[in-house]
Ligand binder design. Structure first.
Ligand SMILES: CC(C)(COP(=O)(O)OP(=O)(O)OC[C@H]1O[C@@H](n2cnc3c(N)ncnc32)[C@H](O)[C@@H]1OP(=O)(O)O)[C@@H](O)C(=O)NCCC(=O)NCCS
Length: 177
């Protein structure tokens, strides 16, 4: 567990987080809608989220993914930081994703969380590289990435299905070691 500021810690998602995740996604539904896939009604339930937590824990146990939650001191989840699609061999790479609660933006939480995931990926997972993708107009996320030392490596047409459409993305990478 890592303290990011006076009110928030970052830790791996764990069994029992489903209800808090359902509350966090419900609260942040409008905030996240432009940047995420269209979600099913079930997605916003504690049952669906708890099942996803089980998959996340299994992924971590097998080294395929590391999904973190940002927790405020009242126990509520205020954001997520994920390392997905961990690939070893000659690639040693993972995909980085994140979001921060709408009520806690512009306090440096994403910046500090991403810095910690960079440290974790390099020092504890021995990865070589992280990749992230943003919508062309996601200025906030692009700023987080460039502040964290990511560089743009290209444009990927129709890369992800976001808010109901296949959308072009800017791709960024950070070489770790
Ligand atoms: C992108 C996001 C995670 C940023 O979170 P945050 O905690 O507000 O970011 P920080 O406070 O750590 O800011 C990091 C940097 O980005 C800049 N920034 C943050 N929001 C910004 C905005 N809306 N416009 C311009 N710059 C912005 C900050 O000024 C800071 O710059 P600096 O390093 O030069 O000081 C948040 O806006 C969010 O959750 N967006 C919706 C989901 C999303 O887009 N996820 C990423 C998908 S690729």
């Amino acid at each position: 567990m890592l303290r990011l500021d006076a009110d928030h810690v970052l830790r791996l998602v764990q069994p029992g987080d489903g209800a808090a995740l359902a509350r966090a996604y419900t609260t942040n539904r409008d905030h996240l809608a432009p940047w995420e896939p269209v979600r099913s009604v079930d997605f916003y339930t504690a049952t669906w989220q708890e099942r996803h937590v089980e998959h996340s824990v299994a992924d971590t146990d097998s080294g395929r993914g590391y999904r973190f939650v940002l927790v405020s001191d009242d126990g509520e989840i205020r954001g997520r930081m994920n390392l997905n699609n961990v690939v070893r061999g000659a690639f040693r790479s993972a995909d980085l994703g994140y979001w921060i609660d709408a009520s806690r933006l512009r306090r440096g939480l994403a910046g500090r969380g991403v810095a910690e995931l960079i440290r974790f990926a390099g020092e504890e997972l021995s990865l070589h590289r992280l990749q992230a993708a943003t919508l062309l107009d996601n200025v906030a996320s692009q700023r987080v990435l460039s502040s964290a030392g990511f560089t743009e490596i290209g444009l990927a047409p129709q890369y992800l299905h976001i808010a109901g459409e296949w959308r072009d993305h800017r791709l960024f990478q950070r070489i770790l070691a």
